[in-house]
Design a protein. Structure first.
Length: 192
């Protein structure tokens, strides 16, 4: 008698709670990798991956998961509002990190603060909101499908934005210096 290979139930692969938890595990793994990374290039790569994952995850979560939980559990409003604010703080830190390099004095500290904030958010979200989703009247499979579609949409929008930014940089750098736009700082005029 042949044994069939173990496979996950297809519904588990599209359950919104399972999908969000998988995202959480992925970013927590990146946080651990950063802690053990030593080379600047490796740290920068990990930070870039984490930011990309967090941007797509947070946007899809805000579009699909939070509204569904709010509708199903109106008494969860304060937890949801706090989650939105935690995402806001996360985006501020990510924006600052994007403008930094690993050579910056506070680069590691800033990413560590981001990681601590995200881990706190994950802990609360999994304890409060995931529990409400599992015990409520939500169609977790349908929401999972919507989440996957939203993540794909956000991911492709980010790719287009990245290509445009890269193309613009190439275009600007290929122009002769006399054609590049420069900004001049206003200087003080002195009397003659």
């Amino acid at each position: 008698m042949a044994l069939l290979p173990f496979s996950k139930d297809a519904s588990e692969e599209t359950n919104i709670v399972a999908l969000l938890r998988k995202d959480h595990e992925k970013v927590k793994m990146l946080f651990r990798e950063f802690e053990s990374a030593e080379a600047a290039e490796e740290k920068q790569s990990i930070v870039g991956q984490a930011i990309s994952e967090l941007e797509v995850h947070a946007s899809a979560e805000e579009q699909i998961f939070y509204p569904a939980v709010r509708q199903d559990s109106p008494d969860a409003a304060s937890h949801l509002d706090e989650s939105f604010e935690e995402h806001h703080v996360m985006r501020l830190l990510m924006g600052e990190l994007k403008d930094m390099s690993p050579a910056d004095e506070r680069y590691d500290a800033k990413f560590t603060v981001l990681a601590e904030n995200v881990k706190h958010h994950i802990k609360e979200e999994e304890a409060e909101l995931f529990a409400r989703a599992r015990t409520g009247h939500l169609d977790l499979i349908e929401l999972g499908k919507q989440l996957l579609a939203a993540k794909a949409s956000f991911g492709s929008k980010k790719a287009v934005q990245k290509r445009k930014a890269t193309s613009k940089k190439r275009s600007l750098s290929s122009r002769p210096s006399s054609q590049r736009r420069t900004t001049k700082k206003p200087g003080k005029r002195t009397a003659a």
